[in-house]
Design a protein around this ligand. Sequence first.
Ligand code: MG
Length: 471
Amino acid sequence: MSPTITAFEVKDIRFPTSLNGAGSDAMNVDVDYSAAYIALHTSDPALSSYGMTFTIGRGTEIVCEAIEQVAARLIGKDVEGLFSNMGETWTFLVSDYQLRWVGPEKGIIHLATAAVDNALWDMYARARKKPLWKLVADFTPEEFVKSTAFRYITDMITPEEALEMLKAKEAGKKEREELVREIGYPAYITSAGWLLYDDEQVSRLTKEAIGRGFNHFKMKVGADLQDDLRRAKLIRSIIDNPANLSPGKVIDPKSIEGKNAGPTGSVLMMDANQVWDVQEAIDYVIQLAPTKPWFIEEPTAPDDILGHAAIRKALKPYGIGVATGEHAHNRMIFKQLLEANAIDVCQIDSCRLAGVTEILGVLLMAAKSGVIVCPHAGGVGLCEHALHLSLIDYICVSGTMERNVLEYADHLHEHFVAPVTLNTNGRYNVPNDPEQGYSTHMKDSAFEEFGFPDGAYWKSVAEGKPKAVLM
Ligand SMILES: [Mg+2]
């Protein structure tokens, strides 16, 4: 008999990353990587699952409240019934009319839906004893289409068209799965270039990153032009110096095509976290052009589709592209970004889009547009999620990982039961544990220490004697 969903627990967890400047950028200065987290329980004591959405501190309690409201709709539901049509299940989750009013499909209510949908997919994968990417990779094209949220995007891609695209990729799936298991999924590193890191720290972390096999590096920009130019030149001086190359590192020229790579094949990316108006973005980035960035990420307001298109057009002669998506709050924003030719790189976020069901639609639209997907993953748990999504994109949808790079940031992986790992070539290892689901399960010890407000660390802060922590 199929289990039913019987209970859930919602938790607020905050890591004091602001203590050392990790996560700092031009918009977000004191960032405490946080999560609004849900554990879903069923009538089968062996089947529970976990989901979360990413936040950066204050306000997480509001998302937790919204999760309670969304998750309450699942109580009493038969899990096999939910799994049998994940597209319909998702539509059910976003169709409470009263809750829709406080969105619809954006803002806090959508973040909450993300946590719940992520937990449902985690449960589906756990129930089938497969990591999430493998569950989806083993879907037939029909099952994939049935699991996708198509409402409001059928003017760009219909289920029938999606089916044809997926069928065309069927033949190579096995081969791609074998290849990525062998060589890993390509990654880039963000954690060497946080805005508040000093030059010595940037320099040391960049050299370390080269040693770990990375050849794509991202830095934060937008607070001060002269400061950005100095830091960009510093990073370029390290990554372009053949003496710093890791021995035996071979870079496929196709993997860096069109990316403004330097003489050693190293690629520099820049992220402004929405600080500029449109013309300001154009003027500012042109001044950074001598340091040869591949793209500028989030140059302006995330909802400004036409603004992104204007920036992309103006920067094209400089060989600089535009990337965005971590604050694109639903599939319709991606539809417009893609249709308006506003982006070179599509940065889906596993916790801002409302879970896997909505993301599958964006993967299909990006593939149809020929735009590469490089998920946002700078935050707690995001690398863990995003790796599954990139593997689904590669194996089932786009069929390529040549130019893709998935973000990697060093922080907080130790708090997960099944954290991501990298190989010595700076690529993600493919998750392979049949019990790991969507890799969203956080350890109990994380909540004991950093649960908010009752974890040991936050209690010590409230008492005016903050415990020392290593972040
Ligand atoms: Mg970013």
